[in-house]
Design a protein around this ligand. Structure first.
Ligand SMILES: *[C@@H]1O[C@H](CO)[C@@H](O)[C@H](O)[C@H]1NC(C)=O
Ligand SMILES: *[C@@H]1O[C@H](CO)[C@@H](O)[C@H](O)[C@H]1NC(C)=O
Ligand SMILES: *[C@@H]1O[C@H](CO)[C@@H](O)[C@H](O)[C@H]1NC(C)=O
Ligand SMILES: *[C@@H]1O[C@H](CO)[C@@H](O)[C@H](O)[C@H]1NC(C)=O
Ligand SMILES: *[C@@H]1O[C@H](CO)[C@@H](O)[C@H](O)[C@H]1NC(C)=O
Length: 469
């Protein structure tokens, strides 16, 4: 009789895990972004792609090169009975060179980073002024090394580490930090110097997030000379994220490479691909992912435009060039892809819950510590990637998904009124509109978000089990 009893217990525990989370997908709003017909046949770029600057009058507009963030001019202060207690920011890094994997593009635009290389050194006990000097990396290529061609001809003539935040991207990082300071320093009582007792900065294992931190921290805390930032092991980092979650991976491949809902846009884009391939010399099919999404062409073309470079022409035929219209179509399709990955695909919510659940559990713990009056930390800033900000938007089920551009930012603000805590979530500096029953995240009871995180993730054990089920 022991056996049936055990079976009953195991069924009960399966039910407990299954009911611990109730992930509900609320489809996004219909817009030009997730309209495939418009992406394929419409006109124009879905925002600004050629400058970090946006005129004040249209600030808030999508700018791939430098997304809108919280700053004094647009910030809306809640009525005076609300007191700001805690702010947590997650942002994508600022503008950069392309990734090396996106540069097998045999064309005619070179990158120079002389004097602007990333800095890497060990600080030593007393820092830069005494035992050590600042060390900068300058990429070079030697024809004596027979492996150089494995990096792709695009590397010829580049003195950049690919990827690295460019000098312009460092300036944007600094501006971002000083804009946040102008809004939050007085409200939260933050000092001139970075003080880890009241503020935390967190980066990923990808060094470009530390390059951004250098500019951002100096803008946020101008008196700072050096700062220790938080980083988790690359084997389980929740911010990038890099923790292993096979269930999430199979969900995503089922609704992308395994689904005609995904592959049909690639088929429909065949004429565009043929033109881009003829300029870049990329073969079709290829083994580096140029034809499994628009990602690589998007990155290659947008990084050029954001840095004031021209669109590329073929190295063999200077009259065969990518046109602005073709680039705009790549940008529309790229945004369609991100809306599909994180919002339109019905399993995208489940994917975000598993793939980014660990970070949300950490956020929830930070928020609960604030409510319990146990937190001395007032400000927490995470510097991450589009692969981090996107699942945050997918998890919260933003109504209008886009591909989060450079410096894009989500801010969680905790306010107190009387004895109650309220939450405001800002996307591009304004309250985030979601498709969930939470609606617009504009001073909702904080508990509503905590309950929502519970419903999506459950406990740490639930998440771990869900990732390996
Ligand atoms: C999608 O875009 C096409 C082309 O612009 C337009 O004709 C169609 O009405 C749009 N569909 C929706 C649902 O908005
Ligand atoms: C950027 O592109 C817009 C149109 O997309 C154009 O009007 C503007 O002149 C361009 N700016 C620069 C600096 O090239
Ligand atoms: C695109 O590819 C070319 C050739 O590989 C390379 O020179 C360039 O740096 C890449 N990216 C951009 C954004 O230009
Ligand atoms: C494709 O989309 C349809 C309509 O949204 C949906 O019913 C179906 O489940 C999707 N298929 C896959 C494999 O994602
Ligand atoms: C340029 O021409 C050479 C020689 O025909 C060829 O091997 C190479 O693939 C061409 N490159 C591009 C980008 O078309």
């Amino acid at each position: 009789m022991a056996r049936p009893f055990l079976q009953v217990v195991s069924v009960a525990s399966v039910v407990a895990i299954a009911t611990a989370t109730t992930v509900v997908h609320y489809p996004p709003a219909q817009s030009k972004t997730n309209n495939l017909t418009f992406a394929l046949t419409g006109t124009g770029a879905p925002g600004i792609f050629n400058s970090s600057t946006v005129p004040d009058a249209s600030y808030g507009e999508y700018n791939w090169c430098n997304m809108p963030h919280v700053r004094p001019r647009e910030y809306k202060t809640p009525s005076h009975e609300y007191t700001l207690e805690y702010v947590e920011v997650i942002q994508r890094h600022h503008k950069r060179t392309p990734y090396a994997s996106n540069t097998f593009f045999k064309e005619d635009v070179a990158w120079s980073c002389i004097g602007e290389g990333p800095v890497a050194y060990g600080k030593g006990p007393s820092g830069v002024s005494s035992e050590v000097t600042e060390i900068q990396w300058q990429a070079f290529r030697s024809n004596d090394n027979p492996w150089i061609n494995s990096v792709g001809p695009g590397f010829v003539g580049s003195t950049c580490q690919l990827p690295q935040i460019t000098a312009d991207g460092i300036v944007d990082s600094h501006t971002h930090g000083s804009d946040l300071r102008a809004v939050y320093a007085t409200r939260l009582g933050l000092g001139q110097q970075f003080n880890p007792a009241t503020a935390q900065i967190r980066v990923t294992n990808n060094v470009i997030t530390s390059q951004v931190a250098g500019g951002l921290v100096k803008g946020l805390f101008p008196g700072t000379e050096n700062a220790a930032v938080l980083i988790q092991s690359s084997t389980y980092d929740s911010l990038e994220p890099t923790y292993s979650c096979p269930t999430a991976d199979s969900l995503r491949s089922a609704y992308t490479s395994g689904s005609s809902n995904w592959t049909s846009h690639l088929t429909a884009a065949a004429p565009l691909y043929a033109k881009l391939d003829s300029v870049s010399g990329t073969s079709n099919p290829d083994s580096a992912g140029w034809h499994s999404s628009l990602d690589h062409y998007y990155d290659n073309l947008s990084a050029k435009l954001c840095h004031g470079k021209k669109l590329p022409c073929s190295v063999n035929d200077t009259s065969l060039c990518v046109t602005q219209d073709e680039a705009n179509t790549v940008f529309r399709l790229g945004n369609w892809e991100y809306s599909y990955y994180f919002r339109d695909a019905s399993d995208s919510t489940k994917y975000a819950a598993l793939h980014y659940g660990a970070w949300f559990l950490e956020l929830k713990a930070h928020l609960e510590a604030v409510v319990a009056g146990q937190s001395k930390i007032k400000y927490f800033h995470n510097i991450a990637h589009d692969g981090s900000v996107s699942p945050v938007l997918g998890f919260l089920q933003i109504a209008n998904m886009v591909w989060p551009g450079m410096g894009s930012e989500v801010v969680f603000e905790v306010y107190k009124k009387g004895n109650e805590h309220f939450l405001r979530v800002l996307w591009g500096g304004q309250p985030m509109v979601t498709s969930t029953p939470m609606g617009t995240l504009d001073l909702i009871p904080l508990q509503t978000l905590l309950d929502y995180i519970d419903s999506m993730v459950g406990s740490g054990a639930d998440l771990y089990a869900g990732c390996h089920s």
